[in-house]
Write a protein that binds this ligand. Structure first.
Ligand SMILES: NC(=O)c1ccc[n+]([C@@H]2O[C@H](COP(=O)([O-])OP(=O)(O)OC[C@H]3O[C@@H](n4cnc5c(N)ncnc54)[C@H](O)[C@@H]3O)[C@@H](O)[C@H]2O)c1
Length: 279
């Protein structure tokens, strides 16, 4: 996949400042694109320093390191791997003074992990908005008083929703469904546990509104879902909100939307101090 340079306002030049050294964990659908853009200097103020991957990654101009080596080498670590990586390394990264940009946002549905990460530092913890939009407005709306109702209905191709914990019958029912089938209904906290790789959107919205248990999630396996859709509705003292998102799945990984690497790069651009930002 080819990505354009992730500049919010092309042509704006940063004041002279040392580029921050960035390590990327994970070189799959998201990570590979992020690595390639960083390697060609596509994020102003950031330089690719290393890659961490379970497998050898081809065509790298930087070393492939262990997580511990990467922490000792980088100013910023970008996670594009798995919730397990977040659980294992979040505190260590932040305690080492390294900023941590997280893609597997659902990991923080685990309250103990979130508490540990929030107590860690001086590195800063940041979540990419990833596949979802409108989270800034939802956060603003929830700032003064809690929202009363937040609901997300996500539709994805059945093949992208199969889980190792499903018994044979459920697995087959989801895989072969010919009509839209609701396969999960519950809180964003439960969603992150049962669909760790498919419902980061719900976790991101939960962070925006400050409550994993308030956010009601319905997940639909839809054999006609050429695009992955999320309809987010929220209501509270400040108003009523409705966002509808239809993302084209990544050709490399149908569970992931193709827009996510762009989101990660833009988040990184903000983190390293791009002079113009939407906040
Ligand atoms: N925030 C969002 O909106 C959003 C959207 C899509 C995906 N995601 C999440 O982003 C993460 C990456 O997604 P993807 O589509 O690139 O997945 P992917 O499966 O295509 O790639 C993940 C890569 O990480 C590597 N990896 C896994 N565990 C590792 C470890 N311990 N150390 C080093 N490398 C490891 C894998 O080998 C793989 O190459 C997933 O957790 C996914 O759920 C978030």
């Amino acid at each position: 996949m080819t990505l354009a340079t992730n500049q919010l306002t092309p042509g704006i030049v940063r004041a002279e400042q040392a580029a921050r050294r960035v390590g990327v964990i994970g070189a799959g659908a998201i990570g590979r694109s992020v690595i390639d853009v960083l390697a060609r200097g596509g994020v102003d103020g950031a330089v690719l320093a290393c890659v961490v991957s379970q497998h050898p990654v081809g065509g790298l101009s930087v070393p492939q390191l262990t997580p511990t080596e990467a922490i000792g080498t980088c100013d910023v670590i970008v996670e594009c791997a798995d919730q397990v990586v977040v659980r294992q390394y979040a505190a260590k990264i932040l305690d080492s003074g390294v900023d941590f940009l997280v893609t597997s946002v659902g990991a923080f549905a685990d309250e103990a992990l979130l508490r540990t990460a929030l107590a860690a530092g001086p590195g800063r913890l940041m979540f990419t908005s990833g596949a979802v939009g409108g989270v800034d407005l939802l956060a603003n709306a929830a700032a003064e008083e809690p929202l009363e109702r937040v609901r997300i209905v996500s539709r994805k191709l059945p093949s992208s929703l199969l889980q190792p914990w499903m018994d044979a019958e459920t697995h087959e029912r989801v895989r072969t469904t010919e009509a839209p089938l609701e396969i999960f209904h519950g809180s964003a906290r439960e969603a992150a546990r049962f669909f760790p790789r498919s419902l980061n959107v719900a976790a991101t919205v939960a962070f925006a509104v400050g409550d994993f248990d308030l956010v009601e999630v319905s997940l639909v396996a839809d054999p006609t879902a050429e695009l992955t859709t999320h309809v987010i509705e929220a209501e509270g003292p400040t108003g009523r909100y409705r966002f509808e998102i239809a993302n084209r799945p990544s050709p490399e990984n149908p569970r992931t939307s193709g827009v996510v690497p762009h989101a990660v790069l833009r988040s990184l651009s903000v983190l390293v101090g791009h002079p113009v930002r939407i906040v």
